[in-house]
Design a protein around this ligand. Structure first.
Ligand code: ZN
Ligand code: ZN
Length: 85
């Protein structure tokens, strides 16, 4: 079966789509840009005050890498990769 190549605009990885209307979610948003480890989902609003500094509260923290201190908070949303039109 013929597949379509689609490049993730974020990390440049090539994904294979089944058709033009297919869509994949690249998992690069979960990779810590600092150490390259897979980050863990950040529980929403368990302690909203702890990172409500510098306007970061407006950004929705989705994942966190707890290998660092302070932890790295990922605000990158999942990247939807679609075929080039
Ligand atoms: Zn990606
Ligand atoms: Zn990390």
């Amino acid at each position: 079966m013929k597949t379509m190549d689609a490049k993730c605009p974020k990390c440049g990885r090539t994904h294979h789509l089944k058709s033009k209307s297919d869509m994949v979610v690249c998992d690069c948003w979960r990779i810590c840009p600092v150490c390259g480890a897979e980050m863990t989902p950040h529980p929403p609003d368990t302690a909203p005050k702890t990172y409500a500094l510098d306007g970061i509260r407006e950004l929705q923290v989705l994942v966190a890498c707890t290998r660092h201190f302070p932890p790295f908070y990922g605000v990158q949303k999942p990247v939807e990769v679609v075929a080039d039109a």
